[in-house]
Design a protein around this ligand. Structure first.
Ligand code: SF4
Length: 380
């Protein structure tokens, strides 16, 4: 949320807490918000729903004394399938759902990151049972807190500590630290997704004016769910920006057409789950009425950009201005727009011409995820 008036921040905090949304540890040198595959729970290819594990991880570290004052931030992600759409390879810790001999667990990726020096994550475990992921994550966070860089901020991420110590030595410290963790085993309750439907009062208009546009939207934005009788719908949100008025209308659309649950995606979009296929024409019309019916969800024309100089103090270039036509854009080397993992990425920088300094972009090509925790970073 941008342009919050400072004097009303406590009120905003209080209102959000009522709906179980917290501002705690969204920033600072803490374990940041835990992310996951947007289709988790409905993906036909997933071994199991990773959502409860991601949520348990968020709850475990929120307000946890061991992670309130680390050298730098710490990020975790959960991927539902080997497609690895939560991008585990570029996180401090990443988990990819696996089943082994009938048991649930995760492939665990450790020490990845983007920024000015992108480094791919190491495979910490090919398979770690679900009841060991939180004790392991706690041990990793403890090692990071104990030995991570604190003076030089640009060297303070976990990836640099793993590189300095070496992966094997780092894991030895993790094993030592596991002796001190509060839990040796931590069982996570993982019930199947059970959608809640609200009786919205949106008038369902099934008349399609532009059949071709509707068919294209269906091809690019509608996805089968593993639950028969339902589909998921991807909503393209240009640059992830929408207004309060649009959000209020979208909430009404969700009430009328989908489960009482939306997913905000890594690519700045929205996923609605548990939509009935018969409702698709009316849902398309409803989204069209609030300007959210663009086709091409997650396609090359679906641009991801950080806020850049619009609102970020560190920004060098206007990423959002560039994003009208390009693919992944970051306003500086910090790579919040994930430019160094895209087919075509742009990074804001400056160029000198005599005494003058002008904003410019560095162009990177050829980045892509390979799946199962592997990836190629792009080249300048
Ligand atoms: S990449 Fe973008 S959002 Fe991140 S620090 Fe740089 S300008 Fe700010």
């Amino acid at each position: 949320i941008h342009y919050v008036s400072l004097d009303r921040t406590p009120q905003l905090w209080e209102e959000l807490e009522k709906d179980q949304i917290t501002l705690r540890e969204a920033c600072g040198n803490t374990v940041r918000n835990v992310t996951g595959s947007p289709m988790a729970g409905v993906d036909p290819n997933e071994p199991f729903d990773v959502s409860p594990y991601a949520h348990a991880t968020f709850e475990y570290f929120l307000r946890n004394p061991i992670s309130q004052d680390m050298g730098r931030k710490f990020k975790m992600a959960f991927s539902s399938t080997d497609a690895d759409d939560a991008l585990t390879y570029m996180h401090d810790l990443g988990f990819i759902a696996k089943i082994k001999d009938g048991e649930r667990g995760f492939k665990v990726m450790l020490g990845g990151g983007l920024g000015s020096q992108p480094l791919p994550a190491f495979v910490a475990y090919e398979f770690l049972p679900t009841n060991q992921i939180l004790p392991f994550a706690e041990a990793v966070v403890r090692v990071f807190d104990r030995y991570g860089e604190r003076a030089k901020r640009n060297k303070a991420r976990l990836k640099f500590l793993v590189a300095d110590l070496g992966f094997e030595a780092f894991m030895q410290w993790v094993n030592v630290e596991r002796l001190a963790t509060k839990h040796k085993i931590f069982e996570i309750e993982a019930p199947e997704s059970s959608p809640v439907f609200l009786a919205g009062d949106w008038v369902k208009d099934q008349t399609i004016d532009d059949v071709k546009a509707f068919e294209i939207w269906k091809q690019t934005n509608v996805f089968a769910q593993k639950q028969t009788g339902f589909v998921a719908v991807g909503i393209r949100v240009p640059l992830g920006d929408f207004t309060t008025a649009t959000a209020r209308e979208l909430a009404k659309v969700v009430d009328a057409f989908a489960a009482d649950d939306i997913r905000l995606t890594l690519t700045q979009n929205i996923v609605l789950r548990f939509v009935k296929p018969d409702d698709l024409p009316a849902l398309y019309n409803a989204l069209k009425s609030i300007g959210l019916n663009a086709p091409g969800y997650e396609s090359p024309v679906d641009i991801t950009a950080c806020p850049g100089t619009d609102t970020c103090n560190l920004g060098i270039a206007s990423s959002t201005g560039l994003a009208v036509e390009l693919e992944r854009i970051s306003g500086c080397m910090n790579a919040c727009g994930q430019h160094n993992m895209a087919d075509i990425g742009f990074q804001g920088m400056t160029v000198k011409a005599g005494v003058k300094i002008a904003p410019a972009s560095q162009v990177l090509l050829g980045g892509r995820p390979l799946g199962d925790g592997q990836a190629v970073f792009s080249d300048k």
